[in-house]
Design a protein around this ligand. Structure first.
Ligand code: PLP
Length: 365
């Protein structure tokens, strides 16, 4: 099928670019002796997960139990749930997943650990646990220090759990920003100290799980790290370009839209708004735009309603867009954009080679 036969808005995945992104990361981890447990939150699809595993990924990462249920297909070696999952309903479902394949959970409280311990023991299984350290992100995770060691010691004594090591997320580090290298250096020294405190306390550091897309190719400079969990690297987006993590050429996902109105000479309306792209701004800083129009990069995609996207054409020098014209847009934040779409279309050039359901979309519980 040719791309022109697709109705819009449509989520397009350039398969050549996707494969190149996956190969680059797979080659990198192989050459540095690291493991890759990619975060599947970006693609939410068993099909892309299979492409990651075929290139040597050691396992897969999810945030939600619902995602775990979708991703845990035959042949998946293990799952890391990198989220402090809470509550009997979720612990019960997670244990059901863990009966089919090894599951590790990253968490930062004895309360969450003891809930999991109870459910795991009742089911007669063992769950792996990573304790989450906060190395600058200021989201979840305990700061380096005694509290972290005490939590790890408490978990070591809980039935049904096997402490495997540590997890951290360096999501605060943007290496294109002035502060980026300093933040990375601080993280290196904090991680060194945390690993040392675990070793001197006899706690395991078999798994030290880190990684993000902006820091992906710096992971080998972080001593002690054993595996990384980038997610966005598979597709990339406008934010990753701004962070210096990739180029426009590496952006594998675009949203195909149609111009539905040209009400003023300096404006065009496309058939996708916040229910197609989400309202995520460009991070960090923000430039007031919601995506890059591939065919006319100087058009500013500056405003959205739910189903309308407004292009400001004042700086656009070429021919104005026509009603019915198709445009492709690189979103600000690809992970949340993918989550808005039921179906992804895999392209080779202009040919739609395959379509697949975004099976994990909306799996928020
Ligand atoms: C815990 C955790 N690990 C890994 C990732 C992947 O990071 P990135 O989106 O930079 O690839 C995320 C992203 O949100 C995350 O929250």
């Amino acid at each position: 099928m040719h791309i022109s036969s697709l109705d819009t808005p449509a989520l397009l995945v350039d398969l050549d670019k996707t494969e190149a992104n996956l190969d680059r990361a797979a080659n990198y981890v192989r050459s540095h002796g690291l493991l890759l447990r990619p975060h599947t939150k970006t693609h939410k699809s068993p099909l892309i997960a299979r492409m990651q595993l075929d290139r040597g990924a050691a396992g897969l990462t999810v945030a939600k139990v619902g995602e775990a249920e979708v991703i845990a297909r035959d042949g998946v070696p293990n799952l890391l749930l990198a989220y402090p999952v809470w509550g009997d309903a979720k612990w019960h479902r997670l244990v059901e997943v863990a009966k089919r394949l090894p599951v590790t959970v990253a968490l930062d409280s004895a309360e969450a650990a003891s809930g999991l311990s109870r459910h795991a023991q009742r089911a007669g299984i063992t769950l792996g646990i990573l304790v989450e350290a906060d190395l600058g992100m200021r989201r979840c995770g305990l700061p380096p220090g005694e509290g972290l060691v005490r939590l790890a010691q408490a978990i070591s004594a809980m039935g049904g759990l096997r402490l495997e090591g540590l997890m951290f997320y360096p999501g605060h580090i943007n290496l294109a920003a002035e502060a980026g290298e300093q933040q990375l250096e601080t993280l290196r020294s904090e991680l060194r100290a945390v690993i040392e405190s675990f070793r001197t306390s006899g706690l395991p550091t078999d798994v030290v799980s880190g990684g993000s897309t902006p820091t992906l190719f710096q992971s080998h400079t972080i001593e002690g790290i054993t595996e990384i969990r980038p997610g966005t690297y598979v597709f990339n987006d406008r934010t990753q370009v701004a962070a210096g993590a990739c180029t426009w050429q590496d952006c594998a996902v675009t949203v195909l839209v149609t111009v539905v109105s040209t009400p003023r000479p300096d404006a065009a309306v496309i058939d996708g708004g916040s229910k197609t792209f989400t309202s995520d701004p460009l991070r960090p800083g923000g430039d007031g735009c919601f995506g890059r129009v591939v065919e006319m990069p100087s058009a500013r995609f500056h405003k959205m309603n739910e189903e309308h996207g407004l292009l400001d054409l004042r700086e656009h020098a070429g021919p104005p867009p026509r009603i019915g014209q198709r445009l492709r847009i690189i979103p600000n934040h690809v992970c949340v954009t993918v989550n808005m779409h039921e179906t992804a279309r895999g392209l080779r050039g202009e040919t739609v080679q395959q379509s697949w359901p975004v099976a994990g979309r909306g799996k928020l519980q």
